[in-house]
Design a protein around this ligand. Sequence first.
Ligand code: BES
Ligand code: MN
Ligand code: MN
Length: 455
Amino acid sequence: MTPFEYLEETKQKRLDELKQFLSFPSVSAKSEHKQDVADCAEWLKNHMSAIGFTAELSATQGNPVVYAEYMADPKAPTVLYYGHYDVQPPEPLSLWTTPPFQAEVRDGYLYARGSADDKGQTFTHIKGMEALIKTSGKLPINVKFLIEGEEEVHSVNLPEFLKDNKNRLRADIVVISDTAQFNKTLPAITYGLRGIASCEVFVYGPNRDVHSGTFGGAIANPITVLCQLVAQFHDKNNKVAIPGFYKDVKPVTKFEKSQYKKLPYKEGAYRKALSISALHGEKGYTTFERTWDRPTCEINGITGGYQGEGAKTIIPAMASCKITMRLVPNQKPLDICNKLERYLKKLAPTSVRIKVNKHGGAPGVVVPTTGPWLDAAARAIKAGFGKAPVFMKEGGSIPVVSDFKKTLGIDTLLIGFAQSDDNIHSPDERFRLVDFERGCRTAAMLPEELAKVKR
Ligand code: BES
Ligand code: MN
Ligand code: MN
């Protein structure tokens, strides 16, 4: 039996197993899900052991890492596969057609939180390996799986895990499937990701919520001040107005521009998919450049005061917002957070107090666009999808990619199987069944192709 035949024969079983994997609410952002996260890791470890991997849970300061190995031949290449089993919070629940942790197939898609980001994509590689082991009794390469449970909370404990396990994690190349294809008929290899810097900003006014009639007019309203501050994050050309924000940003290269010309793009379709009547972004740049090569500053949430039913006449004691800034290579997350903090403190009136909590960050990355590993990946995709991949970048972030290079000295292949309309981080997240199938087939071909690389 060929690996493809094996995959075809086990189609239903594979889907049922993925549904089980998706049934754990492994939400890393919320402490109430600590046990669900641990249960999910345990399930995954057992699943990989049953396939023939030596698998274990590795404790960290946070959620466990699932580590699994299959050492085939000391002379063969060693490939480190990375994925994450944690997921984003599913809220708002009312916008899901079916419950987020009861995976359901509808109109050619598997709907569930984590289906595309990243359980479904990680599972393609596990099933690809299973197909190889079951049909030929072995793998053609040495395989190490590192599947973490904290990617969606900035992989806070992973850099230390990499440092502590340098030897164990030694590999020739990293493979990650946690990105998207270019579109539904065009697979892609991603060669760049933006980084991220996150903060939460608090504006403090009076020492308690006070009557807005008694005190209104005499003191600053923290919500008003916060809104005035937020309104100064961008200038009239939609450039980020934080002083020094663009200092380390390099111009878009000729190579990028020539790459993007090869990619199909229709502004009308882009707008329509989001039901917006116009685009909005930094003046002088295209959509690809704005989302892949230019840094941004976004408010992810803003809150303050009374939000319950009916009226309540107060001036609130505090208002706050969560901010993420997408970064490009050379920008440093902490430096960017510091620049934001200085800007806010300079702008804010003395009638309020500003606090900035600086959370984790990750730098933007670019990975090689040529070489034997890349050629091998392209061949595997061609075999799995029936179509050669294009090169693209992504605006999203995978924090550990820069650490793989910095700490372990290993480059990464970003081979995504999802789609940009799979609703990752949104209600009704989904993974197209044909993408799951093509992904599994690519994953089954990849080890054979990587085995051919001369080191
Ligand atoms: N899989 C995504 C990254 C991604 C998103 C790649 C879109 C390509 C397109 C990943 O799980 C993710 O969501 N990362 C976070 C990182 C953050 C929490 C540090 C992100 O980009 O917001
Ligand atoms: Mn992901
Ligand atoms: Mn994500």
